[in-house]
Write a protein that binds this ligand. Sequence first.
Ligand code: CUA
Length: 340
Amino acid sequence: MLTVAALALAGCAGQRVDYSQSALSPAGPVARLQLQLIEKSLYVMTFVFLVVMLMLAYVLIRYRARRGEDGEGVQVHGNAYLELTWTIIPILLLAYLAVPTVRAVFHLNDIPDKGPIMHVDVIGHQFWWEFRYTDPDLGIVTANELHVPVGTTVAFRVTSADVIHSFWAPRLGGKVDAIPGRENRLWLRADKPGVYTGACAQLCGDSHAYMDFSVIAETKDKFDAWVAEMKKPFTAPTDAEAQAGMQVFAKSCQSCHAIAGTQFKGAIGPNLTGLMLRQTIAALTLENNHDNLIRWVSDASAVKPGVKMPTALKSTGKPGNLGLSEDQVKAVVAFLETLK
Ligand code: CUA
């Protein structure tokens, strides 16, 4: 019931709203526990607010200045009972909040040892997310779209390559800061298949607002199929344009981008293995289609201000320009489109 009240307070309007980024619509045990804590403090706050407001109204009415009264009221100095009351009640209320909160903190710190478990390193970058599946049977590196099997505990180690970011998928739980030189831990689990979007929750630069990610929770079969696709050996393109694109990639892109199974091992930008399996590019900023790939490769900073990806197209004349022609950009995209 309180959840419904909270939704109303949050300005949501029933079924029509997509709760894909609402902590009030939990889809896993961590988010559920966190929502219980939110509800508990909401109970306490509502109770305190009502009591204080009622007392205020009572005092304003009961002790108002009446006609003909213009002197000072009775002067009171100290009241042991009252002071004890307003000390003890807040102590009890704080204890009521603190005990379950501290218990939850410890519970969430312990990675559950029952059931299947998967390990993922999360690295925040300006302005995208790197995901490294560190279990030896997986060994996949991807960006921004994290596939997980439903019901599997995912144990994250979260860090950053540059500034402080914050990893938060509200429907699954969180959040935890991504801090350079530090490893923060977090575990999450999705109950049901679905796409749970997340965001960077720490102001981290010009394109902080374009630093989203998604957690794609799917059945074990679908997840295994995705893993198989990601681990498929690289096949060099046969089409002439894509072959030319691979040459351009070798010259202009590989210092930052890696593709599994090739000599391209750049580790500054997103790993592009299985790029065409992704729904989006640029950390969920653009749908992954031909026109957007051209747009992104030509001039990424026009889409996302402050992005580290250099402008490719000669005609923009921007600094850090890779100096590619329109045909070369098209060729690179033709090559990228073979990565599936
Ligand atoms: Cu990364 Cu905000």
